[in-house]
Design a protein around this ligand. Structure first.
Ligand SMILES: Nc1ncnc2c1ncn2[C@@H]1O[C@H](COP(=O)(O)OP(=O)(O)OP(=O)(O)O)[C@@H](O)[C@H]1O
Ligand SMILES: [Mg+2]
Length: 281
């Protein structure tokens, strides 16, 4: 659905994106994870045709360029910088964007209702957007992206400032879109989100993709050891291991194991081992 091949983008002397390649297939959620300034938004902007790469190519659906307006219209985008009209209501904003996307009549009304439901804003649809909270505006911004039910969705930090309950509802809805075969690129610096939602994760820092794999693949390759916290007759022990099953069998054979808990490593440790820094410095 989306393929970036060795894309580069500089702003003056600053290299914002430095040779990024990735591919997202239908039915896949791809997470681009990295700290502030990593180059995530610049990558998204090239994927949607808002920026032209200095080098490398972007292709949609095998051979279409997002620099063509007709192709760009097929992509749903939730930009990091909100694109909403404060003096219009939520319903009016969606109707406006729906018309821009070519929707009319009954179909337009159906899609607006569906999108409002997607982000749970039906009860506030008649209020002006400048009276919405920050999280509600973020949710309406996401509703614009899904309005046309596009094959490809590019979501740039779609859950910043959104409360946990609404965030969970949004995740469930994103999962249902994935189930319908939509391809989704999702940027975040919340590793818990990436861990829950993404089939593949690219870890980005200083313009480069440092690693790209499934969440489990990344944790196995770069996450370090798992930790077993076991309660024995003699007390509690903490064991760091690459092979928790073997370790637990050993303890059980010794007949000493009462209870245990396994702490799997996480993406935070992956980032730390790749860069020597915490994700959220
Ligand atoms: N239009 C621009 N002009 C100059 N520099 C820019 C421009 N857009 C981005 N940059 C720079 O490029 C780098 C990457 O920025 P980008 O917005 O892609 O990062 P990001 O990973 O999306 O960060 P964040 O998590 O803060 O959204 C930053 O150093 C930023 O200052
Ligand atoms: Mg960004």
């Amino acid at each position: 659905m989306l393929k970036l091949d060795n894309v580069h983008k500089s702003f003056g002397k600053l290299v914002a994106v430095n040779g990024v390649s990735l591919e997202i297939k239908p039915g896949e959620v791809f997470g681009l994870l990295g700290p502030n300034g990593a180059g995530k938004t610049t990558t998204v902007n090239m994927a949607v045709g808002l920026l032209e790469p200095d080098q490398g190519t972007v292709s949609i659906n095998s051979n279409l360029s997002p620099l063509e307006p007709a192709t760009r219209r097929k992509i749903g985008v939730a930009p990091q910088a909100l694109a909403l009209y404060g003096e219009l209501t939520g319903h009016e904003n969606l109707t406006f964007y729906g018309k821009l996307q070519g929707l009319t009549g009954k179909k337009l009304n159906e899609r607006v209702d569906w999108a409002l439901d997607f982000v749970q804003l039906k009860d506030r649809q008649k209020d002006r957007v400048d009276t919405y909270s920050g999280g509600m505006q973020r949710r309406l911004n996401l509703a614009v992206a899904v309005l046309q039910d596009p094959q490809l969705l590019l979501l740039d930090e779609p859950t910043v400032g959104v409360d946990p309950q609404s965030r969970n509802a949004i995740f469930d809805n994103i999962e249902s879109l994935r189930g319908k075969g939509r391809a989704i690129l999702y940027t975040t610096h919340y590793m818990e989100e990436a861990q829950r939602l993404c089939d593949h994760v690219g870890i980005m820092d200083q313009g480069k993709l440092l690693a790209l794999d499934t969440v489990d693949g990344l944790i196995t390759s770069y996450g370090g050891k798992d930790i077993i916290i076991a309660e024995l007759e003699s007390g509690e022990v903490k064991i760091e291991t690459n092979d928790p099953v073997a370790e637990l069998e050993k303890l059980q054979k010794q007949g000493k194991l009462l209870r245990f808990r396994l702490e799997r490593s996480n993406l935070e440790n992956v980032f730390l081992s790749l860069t020597g820094r915490q994700l959220r410095d």
